[in-house]
Design a binder for this molecule. Structure first.
Ligand SMILES: [Zn+2]
Length: 277
């Protein structure tokens, strides 16, 4: 099995998949290229990307988790929102990415050692700000910060092409409970802010599972947050490692919402409302 595969999604965008099942996206304008996310750091992503483009390349990380930031070390300029700087230090460290890769694909990664992984980045990060634009020549990307899954979580809008990468901003089982996540109350505010951009895109890309998703996943997620806050969610028990969490909407054996809706999340019942002083 190859570590990396890719396929063209549109005139400007190529989806790159790694053997752990996460996606990065290469976006090329007439003059420059941007790699959005860097997968988990298995093997040589930079070498793979250089076969796809020879344009000057910079990297944007949607957030600091190991499956998005793990392969960032060999690249020059790497943008990341400041709110995820602390997170990326440990989450994209060697132990975390090796554990993640072995867990996701024991067959390919089980026998791998440190030398099979991208080293830990020492080059630092450039600040990725909400609203920041990147002009690639005929292609403009815009960063939209959506704190929730992590505090620095950022969606990337391709303005001319009317596509947006939600990444891990919302999906059908979003993890929003860990230390780096916001409360559900703050997450809802982020989603309402994201919704203001809804008329600017037709296609939504995701970082895991189906690469495109119905754009109504955003409305579904907003509704689910409101149900959690109103105490009306199903709250199906969901144990993950030592943590006793809840899946907001009941799921079937395929992990889809039992009521047929889209948008779902895993939350900690102690982390619904922001702390009030
Ligand atoms: Zn993540």
């Amino acid at each position: 099995m190859d570590i990396y595969n890719s396929r063209r999604l549109s005139g400007t965008t190529t989806q790159i998949m790694d053997c752990t099942g996460v996606y990065a996206f290469l976006v090329e304008g007439e003059e420059k290229a941007v790699l959005i996310d860097t997968c988990t750091g298995v093997g040589d992503l930079k070498g793979y990307v250089e076969k796809l483009t020879d344009k000057p390349l910079s990297v944007i990380l949607t957030h600091g988790h190991c499956d998005h930031a793990g392969g960032a070390a060999p690249f020059g300029t790497v943008y990341l929102n400041d709110a995820d700087l602390k997170l990326v230090q440990y989450h994209a460290g060697m132990d975390m990415k090796m554990d993640y890769a072995r867990f996701c694909n024991p067959e390919v990664c089980g026998a791998m050692s440190e030398k099979d992984f991208c080293p830990v980045r020492t080059g630092g990060y450039s600040s990725l700000r909400d609203g920041q634009r990147f002009d690639l020549g005929g292609v403009t990307l815009e960063a939209i910060q959506v704190p929730g899954h992590t505090k620095g979580m950022t969606c990337i809008l391709n303005i001319e092409e009317r596509t947006i990468l939600f990444g891990d901003a919302c999906n059908n089982g979003l993890f929003i409970w860990a230390e780096e996540a916001t409360t559900i109350e703050e997450y809802l505010e982020s989603l309402i802010k994201l919704k203001k951009h809804e008329q600017r895109y037709d296609t939504v890309y995701m970082s895991h599972g189906d690469v495109t998703v119905d754009k109504r996943v955003l409305d579904g997620s907003i509704e689910v947050c409101r149900e959690v806050m109103d105490g009306k969610a199903d709250g199906q028990p969901f144990d993950f490692m030592e943590h006793h969490l809840l899946m907001a909407k009941k799921t079937n054996e395929k992990g889809e919402r039992a009521d047929g809706g889209i948008g779902n999340l895993v939350y900690d019942p102690k982390k619904v409302f922001r702390e009030r002083t």
